[in-house]
Design a protein around this ligand. Sequence first.
Ligand code: GLA
Length: 334
Amino acid sequence: MKLKKILSTCLLAGASLLSVHANAFWGSDDDETLKLGYLVKQPEEPWFQTEWAFADKAAKQYNFELIKMAVPDGEKTLNAIDTLAASGAKGFVICTPDPKLGSAIMAKAKSYDLKVITVDDQFLTAKGQPMTEVPLVMMAASQIGQRQGHELYKEMQKRGWDVASTAVMAITADELDTARRRVHGAMDALKTDGFPAAQIYTVPTKSNDIPGALDAANSLLVQYPDIKQWLVVGMNDNTVLGGVRATEGQGFSAANVIGIGINGVDAVNELAKSKATGFYGSLLPSPDVHGFKSTEMLYNWVSKDVEPEKFVEVTDAVLITRDNFKQELEKKGL
Ligand code: GLA
């Protein structure tokens, strides 16, 4: 009886039924559940998958819906903001594919009254100035880079290499501020430890992935055929992996190459290999904290009007190698 009544009401109110459906589909303001977005530039990196997993944890804890979206370029980023707004979301966390999109992203977000928190990569204005007014959660970039340099030097000494026939391959991505600070931090630390500055060679990568770094490294290796041992520096695991793959291609064995990456979670497959490679280890920061904290800050801002801190720097990092990576990842619940 009740069902019959509902059905006939629906038939009579065809037009309004359609609009109810449209609202249900788009999740209009009538929808009670709070929605927040989490947009990342490179969803293929375990780093960002880990951030998403911990952002999901925050969503569960605070009972809101998290909309995860991949934004590999500017067009997809701006479209994603439209989609988020249409679905009734109130804000988003973002690791932008290009820092210079900062002003465009903020203009669009403001037009929909969406709150924005940046993670990992800081927004820049079109003129290249950091947009310090937009809240940011990121790793201590120079510090982790310095640690990378010191650990490389330490491992080189442990192996008793002849410094005269050793060089540093530093794969740079200077247009990304966090990358520039990490790589330059590593080079500074190596020099401080006593590595000859004249044997530190830099080469820019065209893309922040293994193929890009591999190409860059190959172009560098052919210029220095006399070098017998290489230390590999790069802004993250994929960059260093590309460098190490290039040394393998040129016939270097694991004993003559030391690469230490940054991110940790992106190095798990490599460290789990049955035979050691030139990729010695990785500095594991806290993608769990980045994902959870940025999302929690956004939730508190949107739902309780708690203004987020403008800058949250996450400092801790642990060196994981083939010997300890399982335990260290477990300790962090990764
Ligand atoms: C940048 C890099 C990522 C990761 C994050 C961490 O976005 O591209 O691989 O290292 O920083 O902050």
